[in-house]
Design a protein around this ligand. Structure first.
Ligand code: F3S
Length: 402
């Protein structure tokens, strides 16, 4: 790969070990994909986690004196003090890893958003910008809904790009590689954002790796519907980009999305497929120990809906109820009174965390209910029930699924 004289100097370590290691990683990726050169990026999002794999690379760069050159936001880890007060059983070595990861990102000058939907508030790409975004919902959302250009980054490659302010030019940074590959005919009624999660699950499973064009979508999906579709299609499959002509920004027709080529494959998704997906994700029916919402992090509108559904109700004793969101959203929810309503019902609005973090160790052997197929897909709890938000609230109040 061609490197500028400045990049050559960084590779020799003249700007410090941290930037050297970041560039080494990017050059290795560029070489693997036959990239000709590096290109500047406007911003990055690192799918951080409070786990050991992340710790090594973050400290390697931070100890080596690296600093982020462009805004680089961070995925959820967890608020260690908050969770220590709630659960006494988080092993100290696990908490220490999370503490060090968070400190490492701080030393790197990252935007400490600890949110998996940074593209809504803290780090919003513009149309046409080249960026380096990791995280399942973020990559397809940024490419398809916003029209910025990103490859499907890992936490480490996104962080390295944030430090160097550049990424190797390959893959989805070229128009010809943004060509659609699969045609997906949607023949379901798609009532709400839960159905969009199930649709994403079906599409990801059906095509695996590719860029689908969806037809038959009756109306413009809401922000939350887009988020859920992105998160799930890029979890059950590897969907970094998709088209819904008329509603996503690139390609206003199916033909344009395929850039004149024929689809590699065609699939139809019906009500039966959504039902099958829903059934596949259930491992249990009956009494529950807790409800977990906000995977991906809930938007303000979703938090408002939880508050509306919980208003005047009381969650059954012995059932925990967690709503995960970003710090920005919780601040607004507090101002608007939603947080108070949620807490009065016995639920908690928690920031900076993810269901995939070790802080939830107390729930490992319990039965949980969630409105997130992605949360269920990770199988972090003994048993899981997946349902619409209103069914989760109902189950929390009664102590069991209706
Ligand atoms: Fe977000 Fe974690 Fe779910 S990063 S999408 S809460 S698995």
């Amino acid at each position: 790969m061609y490197l500028t004289s400045e990049e050559e100097k960084i590779l020799k370590g003249e700007s410090g070990v941290g930037t050297q290691k970041a560039l080494e990683l990017l050059v290795a990726i560029g070489d693997a994909y036959d990239a000709e050169k590096m290109v500047p990026i406007a911003r990055a999002h690192a799918a951080a986690s409070g786990q050991e794999g992340d710790l090594y690379f973050v400290e390697l760069l931070a100890d080596g004196g690296a600093k982020c050159k462009v805004p680089t936001s961070t995925n959820p880890v967890y608020d260690i003090e908050y969770f220590h007060n709630s659960f006494s059983n988080i092993p100290e070595d696990e908490a220490e890893v999370a503490r060090r990861v968070m400190e490492g990102y701080k030393r790197l000058g990252a935007v400490l958003s600890w949110s998996c939907v940074p593209y809504l508030n803290e780090n919003i790409p513009l149309y046409g910008e080249i960026v380096a975004f990791s995280e399942s919902s973020a990559t397809p959302y940024v490419n398809s809904v916003i029209g910025a250009l990103t490859n499907r980054e890992a936490a480490q490659s996104a962080l390295a790009a944030g430090v160097i302010g550049k990424t190797p030019k390959y893959g989805l940074l070229f128009k010809e590689n943004r060509k659609a590959t699969h045609l997906v005919e949607v023949k379901t009624s798609l009532k709400d954002e839960f159905d969009y999660s199930l649709l994403g699950y079906c599409v990801g499973k059906a095509i695996g790796y590719g860029i689908p064009v969806l037809t038959g979508i009756p109306k413009r999906p809401s922000t939350e519907e887009f988020i859920n579709f992105c998160a799930m299609s890029n979890t059950s499959g590897a969907v970094s980009m998709f088209y819904i002509p008329g509603f996503t920004v690139e390609a206003s027709t199916v033909k344009e999305a395929f850039q004149g080529d024929a689809p590699k494959d065609k699939t139809t998704i019906t009500d039966k497929d959504l039902k099958r997906a829903n059934d596949e994700l259930q491992t249990f029916r009956g009494e529950i120990d807790f409800v977990q919402l906000g995977c991906p992090h809930y938007t303000l509108q979703q938090v408002a809906e939880v508050a509306r559904l919980l208003y005047g109700k009381r969650i059954r004793d012995g059932v925990a109820f967690w709503v995960c969101t970003s710090a920005t959203t919780r601040m607004l929810a507090e101002r608007m009174g939603y947080k108070k309503t949620i807490e009065q019902a016995g639920a908690r609005l928690v920031v900076d965390t993810c269901i995939d973090e070790p802080c939830w160790i107390s729930y490992k052997q319990k039965v949980g209910m969630t409105d997130s197929p992605k949360c269920a897909y990770y199988k972090r709890f003994r048993e899981v029930i997946v349902g619409r938000l209103e069914d989760c609230v109902d189950a929390a109040v009664k102590g069991k699924q209706r």
